[in-house]
Design a protein around this ligand. Structure first.
Ligand SMILES: CC/C=C\C/C=C\C/C=C\C/C=C\C/C=C\C/C=C\CCCCC(=O)SCCNC(=O)CCNC(=O)[C@H](O)C(C)(C)COP(=O)(O)OP(=O)(O)OC[C@H]1O[C@@H](n2cnc3c(N)ncnc32)[C@H](O)[C@@H]1OP(=O)(O)O
Ligand code: FAD
Length: 572
């Protein structure tokens, strides 16, 4: 961004969704007609899917695109108030085109949601085109730099060739040609995959600010009569911040893995191999939800760990939170994404494994668990010995927790069905278990990827400190979710006590390297935009300077004195 890197901006949707959707769903002719001018910002587009009445339920979207063979055009229309497109970024005042998702009607039949390129403003005057009512949806929690907008289409006509036809097609006579796979028209997997990396960045920025500030902030007394200690020396401060630091590293590695997986599988899809699309959808949906929920909470932990100055915009933490928190909602509301991963992937895989199918990819452990279930259980039945030092055994523990919760969810559905509930009701009455299963699956994936990454680290010292971070991430997750592990018989109370003790040791071990570990993110002062997180640690002087620059301090006596206080005083 020209103003400040990482701040949301009106062109985000153009760059992050309009261009990628063209890349994924446009024909070569459409690429020529639209991508080139869009790349040169002659065309500025947005991705208009969500409506006032529907965001999650895509099949419920009401906007229609009706093919008129007599004119070789589609008629785009918003039939109801709830069908008005609502939320698309850059739609209100910036974009002159929109990729509109609409229910395709041709030859009297509805063929579901498809993507259409709709010009919405004159390319020269920027005035809305005939039949187009467009504007900004008004102030929001944040994202004030982005003109999220509304779009009401009143029988707007576009050429046949404005339907993105790389997969599905409409012939000039109105014949509908199905796509090779209905799933190809969903999209959104790209941005969900990218958001995992955004979670890592938000965590890295937040813990850099909080840990650097905690190293320069001195407060209270640890030993009577001695100078006030760095607040980073308090165990509670370490307990707040070091697990966030560990998660920042974990999600950085997961973000890289997600990007690589997206690139690999989308390459296969472009080559006509759709076999990995379910894994990509499940992984991107689940990890998007898992990492954004975790990062969202962690940013607030970092802000509050900075005391009053954390609440000042000078810290940058309020802005990081306000800009990050909608990731839990957009690109697939998190609960819904977790349900997708569970219902469309984990339970299906569990059932396949239960009949002996060998599973591949991130769910291969379900085959191992199914085989385990067929073997006689050990007489002791108790939890296996727990090593609070051995990362591979912890990965296995997370794997078994995930398998246990997937089985619990699958069995819950079975029990609901046996009670006579319908399929839909049985699934709905098991959805808490389904979300837990997805959460546990994603948690296992994150721990496993973190540990796998260590195998690629050659430098012994770096490997040692990253191993300590990985241990802390795994043990803190175990402590936070001890109920799951206890319920699955994977942990005993004495072992849980040992985990808590080990976490305290790890905090102490990490203390000397904490500042170096955040410096390693290499986030310069301009990118952090935080007085508290300055690389030189010179906080107080710059905090005072920052306040002095506040617009309110432009005059010694603010006009409010003369306009309000003085008249009020004279009336009392
Ligand atoms: C050239 C490029 C240049 C530069 C760009 C590069 C980088 C850009 C980077 C940065 C740019 C700057 C910033 C980033 C940009 C943007 C970010 C900023 C702002 C945020 C924008 C936010 C935009 C939005 O929010 S868009 C709207 C999002 N909405 C949703 O996600 C809707 C959620 N709902 C759903 O997805 C569906 O309703 C549902 C999946 C929940 C249910 O659908 P449905 O009922 O139809 O399906 P099911 O019956 O459940 O499943 C049917 C089968 O389909 C499979 N399925 C479902 N979804 C998908 C999918 N997405 N992909 C693949 N497969 C899918 C499902 O598994 C079922 O399969 P089965 O085999 O039949 O079981
Ligand atoms: C900052 C921001 C930018 C956005 N940008 C865009 C954009 O550029 N383009 C675009 O098209 N959209 C955009 N959106 C819209 C966004 O994609 C939707 O808000 C999102 O998909 C959630 O849908 P919804 O708002 O209808 O929420 P709802 O689906 O109504 O969610 C409300 C509640 O219902 C629950 N719920 C819904 N369905 C189910 C279910 N099946 N099972 C269990 N619980 C369920 C949810 O978990 C949630 O708790 C943006 C939104 C925001 C906040």
């Amino acid at each position: 961004s020209c103003v400040h890197p990482d701040r949301p901006e009106p062109l985000d949707l153009h760059l992050g969704m309009f261009l990628p959707t063209l890349l994924n769903q446009a024909t070569p002719e459409q690429m020529e007609r639209f991508f080139t001018p869009a790349w040169n910002l002659r065309i500025i587009g947005t991705y208009a899917q969500t409506e006032m009445g529907h965001g999650t339920h895509l099949r419920g979207l009401e906007t229609t695109a009706t093919f008129d063979p007599s004119t070789q055009e589609f008629v785009l229309h918003s039939p109801t108030i709830s069908s008005i497109k609502w939320w698309p970024g850059g739609l209100g005042k910036t974009s002159n085109h929109a990729i509109v998702l609409a229910q395709l009607h041709t030859q009297g039949r509805c063929h579901g949601l498809h993507a259409f390129i709709v010009p919405i403003r004159d390319m020269d005057t920027h005035v809305p085109l005939p039949g187009v009512v467009v504007g900004d949806i008004g102030p929001k929690f944040g994202f004030s730099e982005v003109d999220n907008g509304f779009l009401k289409l009143e029988h707007v006509r576009i050429p046949l060739d404005n339907m993105l036809m790389k997969f599905a097609k409409v012939e000039p006579d109105g014949t509908y040609v199905k796509p090779p796979s209905a799933k190809l028209t969903y999209g959104m997997v790209f941005i969900r995959s990218m958001i995992v990396g955004q979670s890592a960045l938000a965590l890295a920025k937040s813990c850099t600010i909080a840990i650097r500030y905690s190293a320069v902030r001195h407060q209270s007394e640890l030993r009577p009569g001695e100078p006030e200690p760095q607040i980073l020396n308090y165990q509670t401060q370490q307990h707040k911040l070091f697990p966030v630091l560990a998660a920042a590293y974990a999600f950085t590695f997961v973000g890289q893995y997600m990007k690589d997986t997206y690139r690999r599988i989308s390459g296969d899809i472009h080559a006509g191999d759709y076999s990995q699309l379910p894994e990509l959808h499940a992984l991107s949906a689940g990890l998007k939800a898992f990492t954004t929920w975790a990062a969202n909470a962690a940013i607030e932990v970092c802000r509050m760990s900075c005391g009053g100055h954390g609440y000042s915009r000078s810290s940058a933490l309020p802005d990081i939170y306000v800009e990050f928190t909608p990731t839990c909602t957009y690109e697939g509301e998190n609960t819904v994404m977790m349900l997708q991963t569970a219902s469309r992937y984990l339970v299906k895989s569990y059932r396949q494994a239960s009949v002996g199918q060998r599973l591949q990819g991130s769910v291969s452990y379900l085959s191992e668990a199914a085989a385990q279930r067929l073997r006689p259980r050990p007489v002791s039945g108790g939890a296996a010995p727990l090593s609070t030092q051995d990362l591979l055994s912890l990965v296995h523990l997370y794997q078994r927790r995930a398998a246990s919760l997937v089985e619990l969810a699958a069995k819950s559905i079975q029990q609901e069905l046996q009670r006579g509930r319908s399929q839909e009701e049985a699934w709905n009455h098991s959805s808490i278990d389904l979300v837990r299963a997805s959460d546990a699956h994603c948690h296992f994936v994150v721990v496993k990827l973190f540990v796998d990454k260590l195998e690629q680290v050659d430098d012994a010292a770096v490997k040692a400190v990253l191993s300590t971070l990985a241990l802390l991430y795994a043990l803190k997750g175990l402590a936070d979710n001890s109920g799951d592990f206890l319920q699955a018989g994977l942990l005993t109370v004495p072992q849980a006590t040992r985990v808590s003790a080990r976490i305290k040791e790890l905090l102490e071990e990490l203390r000397p390297d904490a500042v170096a570990l955040v410096d390693a993110f290499d986030l310069n002062d301009r990118k952090l935009n935080s007085v508290l997180g300055r690389y030189d640690g010179n906080v107080y002087e710059h905090l005072y300077e920052w306040a002095r620059q506040s617009p309110l301090n432009a005059t010694e006596v603010h006009e409010s004195f003369h306009k309000y206080l003085k008249p009020l005083r004279s009336r009392l």
